[in-house]
Design a protein around this ligand. Structure first.
Ligand code: DGJ
Length: 532
């Protein structure tokens, strides 16, 4: 009897331990962490091209992942491949990905390319595409069909739910090591070419009352609608009614797909957005309507509670717009994750902003050679601007993820005006000048606004500085205002196995001429400051 009891306790312990290890998102004081193996994790990701998630393409993918020093591959799984015949599933691609990702020692984020891929139905299985009466596209305002699936038909929803649930069920069993850490449900959902579906089925829904879940004072306030409004979509939301109806329809659909998946296996799940201009509040006929754009985040939160976060795909240009997007998507109820950013050296600096705002990951898009036959050296060259950052962060990723979660990191990134910026560190103000230091080793001003600096506050007078193309000076403020000070030590080195290993102590010319400087290769300095 005793033996049976002990075995049961042991089994319960294993199950609990296993459950505890399932990747999950947590929140504390408005900050978020993705826990992998029970500890905060930061996704240094790389997303491959749309048609590269096939076994024959994977060798090139791993070459790119290695060259990038990424810890996570974002890879599509395709509904048309997973369910080639109705109700008959093929999970061989998932098996291959799990085996190879483990060999490469990287995690996976799987992208469920299903009802929506960039607003179209192109990844639906052929048996669905061949039955457009049952799985219809949107009808535009002019009565013409639009190349985008309607979110208002249950047959499509049921088919997607069934397939996604089958994927998650399979994964739960096949991935007990938790190689897969998050799921993207659909890809850039919504519609291009029509703000909503104007088919008779959708029109009837549009003319009925707005669901009460959207009429709470806080949701109405966030949508700039007077408290107490009720009635039809048109009556409550006026000139935004078409778009909000589409957002509600798409989000409700995707929320149900995610819920069906989570009922099988509760991994974190997100939906990504094709962004709109975040500064000018344009109308939805100029962007993809119904996806999780910034203005409809409150609608998505209500309609799709099983979606843990809404994620911006960053293809906009210019720091004003991009920083605004980063602000809009890093909220107490939304962990910031950038699953796609254009693979351009200009975008590397936003990795620092995402870390400093408590984000959980970042990933450039299109890291592999996409069947072009590039050499390994050419691939590495394309990835080099991100790769050198990832190579520096990777060995200290767990520390960064923890500091970020505790709110200890601040960052500045160079703007188009190349102006100096400052950071308030409590007892110290740090001023960051972009370009070379006072010794004239490099041009005093950068030629492109790519400089950046991240500061980790370890204690009142001890900081870790990580940066490129800038230099930094300190000034005592607060209780130290006006006091004399000096550097205690400025140690250059790197984190390895949880320890800072010192390469050298910077001093003399390296610190006396306008403060410690950072060149093109990201450098990590551990700095103590002394009040005299
Ligand atoms: C954003 C989409 O989400 C990606 O799948 C891809 O199509 C890129 N745009 C553009 O290449």
């Amino acid at each position: 009897m005793k033996r049976i009891l002990l075995s049961l306790i042991f089994i319960a312990f294993i199950i609990t331990k296993n459950f505890a290890q399932i990747p999950r998102l947590i929140e504390k004081d408005g900050r978020h962490a993705l826990l992998v193996d029970g500890k905060p994790f930061f996704i240094l990701g790389g997303q491959i091209h749309n048609s590269s998630g096939w076994p024959g393409m994977l060798p090139h993918v791993w070459t790119a992942i290695c060259a990038l020093h990424a810890n996570t591959l974002e890879v599509p799984i395709y509904w048309e491949q997973v369910e080639p015949e109705e109700g008959k599933f093929d999970f061989s691609l998932i098996d291959t990905l799990l085996i190879q990702a483990r060999q490469q020692e990287v995690h996976l984020v799987l992208l469920w390319f299903a009802t929506w891929k960039n607003g179209s139905n192109h990844y639906m299985p052929l048996w669905m595409k061949n039955n457009s009466a049952k799985y219809p596209n949107i009808i535009g305002k002019d009565g013409k069909p639009v190349d985008s699936p309607s979110p208002n038909y249950n047959a499509t929803l049921d088919a997607d739910k069934r397939a996604f649930a089958a994927v998650m069920k399979y994964l739960k069993n096949a991935d007990q090591r938790h190689t897969v850490i998050m799921m993207q449900v659909e890809n850039e959902s919504g519609a291009w070419g029509s703000v909503r579906d104007y088919s008779p089925v959708a029109q009837k829904l549009f003319e009925s009352d707005v669901p009460s879940a959207l009429l709470t004072p806080s949701v109405l306030k966030s949508l700039n609608v007077t408290e107490g409004a009720k009635g039809s979509w048109q009556k409550v939301f006026g000139d935004r009614a078409d778009e909000y109806f589409q957002a509600w329809s798409v989000a409700s659909f995707i929320g149900k797909v995610a819920a069906a998946g989570k009922a099988e296996y509760q991994l974190p799940m997100y939906a990504n957005a094709a962004l709109r201009d975040p500064l000018t509040n344009p109308m939805a006929n100029t962007y993809e309507s119904g996806g999780p754009t910034d203005n409809v985040i409150p609608i998505w939160k209500v309609a799709a509670p099983s979606i843990d976060l809404l994620a911006p795909d960053i293809y906009l240009r210019g720091s004003e717009k991009i920083l605004k997007v980063i602000d809009l998507y890093s909220q107490a109820d939304n962990a910031l994750f950038v699953p796609e950013a254009a693979l351009s050296a200009d975008n590397v600096k936003y990795l620092y902003e995402v870390i400093a705002r408590g984000g959980i990951g970042f990933s450039p898009f299109g890291i592999d050679d996409n069947g072009e036959g590039k050499t390994d050296a050419e691939i590495a060259e394309r990835l080099s601007s991100f790769a050198k950052e990832y190579a520096m962060i990777e060995p200290m990723m767990r520390e960064i993820a923890e500091w970020r979660f505790e709110g200890q990191i601040k960052a500045v990134t160079e703007r188009e005006d190349f102006a100096d910026q400052s950071i308030d560190l409590g007892d110290w103000k740090a001023t960051i000048k972009f370009g070379g230091d006072g010794r004239g080793n490099r041009p005093p001003v950068n030629t492109k606004p790519t400089g950046k600096l991240m500061i980790v506050k370890l204690s009142e007078n001890k900081f870790i500085l990580i940066g490129t193309e800038c230099h930094i000076t300190f000034q005592p403020i607060g209780k130290n205002e006006g006091k004399a000070w000096q550097y205690g030590q400025v140690e250059e080195g790197k984190y390895e196995n949880g320890k800072f290993n010192v390469l050298r102590i910077q001093n003399g010319d390296e610190t006396d001429w306008g403060g410690p400087g950072f060149g093109e290769t990201p450098t990590v300095l551990q700095t103590t400051l002394i009040i005299r």
